[in-house]
Design a binder for this molecule. Structure first.
Ligand SMILES: C[S@@+](CC[C@H](N)C(=O)[O-])C[C@H]1O[C@@H](n2cnc3c(N)ncnc32)[C@H](O)[C@@H]1O
Length: 291
């Protein structure tokens, strides 16, 4: 099993500024790397609520200490989850967005173009009917083009070409596996060996399937409401679309005198960390303190 190494662990620890007895929420538990760090910071008398949408990730954590509550849910419901578990206020909240290394490598849900035989699922929520395949098979051509342009940041003319190719292909056969999408991608978009576009196409689908941008927009606002005065909200993002949402919201809070931005520029991983953990390459950490 590929273990997910938490990114920016030292920086997160310092900037969350937790102390013995505090209450904290880890909104994206994953394999629990950051959760363990937070548990250590709040000590035995503190409490931690960890939220994770993907039940397979939660299973990896092992024994749950008595001061940790784990919720298998979407962080979009962070307000209800916090309230229900006695976290009406929290001293720190962390979001470490996106998906884990395990999802890419071992989940078997078609998150990367490297595994052509995997089904096009890309869903974190096992109970949802939406999958990458269902989007490719049912969304109208205009919607597909918009999705690739907006969420994959692909040139609009290329996005339209890809959408046209998908619409033509599905008249003959449905999209089921990663390889089905790759065949269309290489026909419509890719020049030989140019995989960058494929990465962005997969990213767009994943963001759409999981409503990642909507979830973030809603959840960060709810999280701020839960935060105690003086509490810290830390968000690690992995692509510019997410980072923009966080940056704009933090600026708005600062402008309105509701928060102080603790990271004038986003914190990024040091070279040594990136060498050891390539996932850290695109990580950007932004932190605010509630006034
Ligand atoms: C980058 S990983 C987190 C890794 C974790 N911090 C660690 O140290 O192991 C992001 C995690 O957030 C989860 N996730 C993504 N969107 C979510 C959402 N809307 N609600 C709850 N969990 C979500 C993913 O399933 C994934 O496990």
């Amino acid at each position: 099993m590929s273990i997910h190494v938490p990114v920016l662990a030292g920086e997160v620890k310092v900037l969350l500024n937790l102390k013995d007895g505090d209450k904290a929420i880890d909104a994206t538990m994953g394999a629990g790397g950051h959760t363990r760090g937070i548990l250590f910071s709040v000590g035995g008398s503190g409490r931690v609520l960890a939220i994770e949408q993907d039940v397979e990730m939660i299973k990896m954590f092992g024994d749950v200490p008595q001061n940790l509550t784990v919720e298998n849910a979407n962080f979009r419901q962070i307000d209800d989850l916090a309230e229900r578990n006695g976290f009406a206020t929290a001293d720190a909240i962390l979001f470490d967005l996106g998906i884990s290394r395990w999802h890419f490598i071992e989940s078997g849900r078609g998150f990367t173009f490297g595994n052509p035989n995997e089904p096009l699922i890309m869903n974190l929520d096992k109970n949802s009917d939406v999958s990458a395949a269902s989007i490719l098979n049912s969304m109208d051509e205009r919607g597909l083009a918009g999705m690739f342009a907006e969420l994959g940041e692909i040139r609009p003319d290329i996005a339209r070409k890809l959408a046209r190719e998908i619409a033509e292909t599905r008249k003959k056969r449905k999209f089921v596996k990663v390889g089905d999408l790759l065949a269309v991608v290489s026909k419509a978009v890719l020049k030989r060996g140019k995989l960058h576009e494929a990465t962005k196409i997969f990213q767009a689908l994943r963001i759409k399937v999981n409503e990642e941008l909507e979830n973030l927009d809603i959840a960060q606002k709810k999280a701020f409401d839960i935060l105690a005065t003086g509490g810290h909200l830390a968000i690690i993002s992995f692509h510019s679309l997410e980072d923009r949402i966080v940056k704009n919201y933090f600026r708005e809070l600062s402008k309105n005198g509701k928060a102080v931005i603790l990271t004038k520029k986003p914190v990024i991983a040091r070279r040594e960390e990136i060498l050891q953990n390539p996932s850290a390459r695109s990580a950007k950490l932004r932190v605010i303190e509630k006034i």
